[in-house]
Design a protein around this ligand. Structure first.
Ligand code: DQA
Length: 144
């Protein structure tokens, strides 16, 4: 079974408590359960991780590169300024792997600093603003 690596950046472990008007009421555990169930239905395996640490996320992208795994990533605030994460993401997509950037909210409809994504330009595609469905649609794309 093909396994997709699903990475979540800083503060996403606090889903449910964090700004529910923006991010919804589902907890991080709900996110993990929903994404896992959809992957099973699509015949995919998932390895779902969260870190507040830029270096750890970069290390996980390197791991995906070595293991030839497609990635779904919600880079959270790193989306807007982490050139290091961008460069790691670029290595994946340049090698032919897929990397889908996802967001729960629609950053383009929020504060100005969220309108820039340094990841989008090297991602296979970006899905934003659909709540947890952003992850589910990314999985569907990768299943095809
Ligand atoms: C986010 C949007 C980012 O701007 C923010 O920093 C996050 C979450 C989202 O999923 O909507 O932490 O990536």
């Amino acid at each position: 079974m093909r396994t997709v690596l699903v990475l979540n950046g800083p503060n996403l472990a606090h889903l449910g408590n964090r700004d529910p008007e923006v991010y919804g009421s589902a907890s991080y555990a709900n996110l993990v359960a929903t994404v896992t169930a959809e992957a099973v239905a699509l015949g995919l395996g998932t390895d779902i991780r969260q870190s507040n640490d830029e270096a750890e996320l970069i290390g996980w992208l390197h791991e995906a590169l070595a293991q030839k795994q497609d990635v779904i990533i919600n880079p959270a605030a790193f989306t807007h300024y982490s050139y290091a994460l961008r460069d790691a993401a670029e290595m994946l997509t340049k090698s032919g792997l897929k990397l889908i950037e996802v967001h729960i909210s629609n950053p383009s409809a929020r504060e100005g600093f969220r309108h820039t994504s340094v990841i989008s330009g090297v991602a296979t595609g970006t899905i934003a603003g659909l709540g947890i469905n952003s992850y589910l649609l990314a999985l569907r794309f990768l299943a095809n």
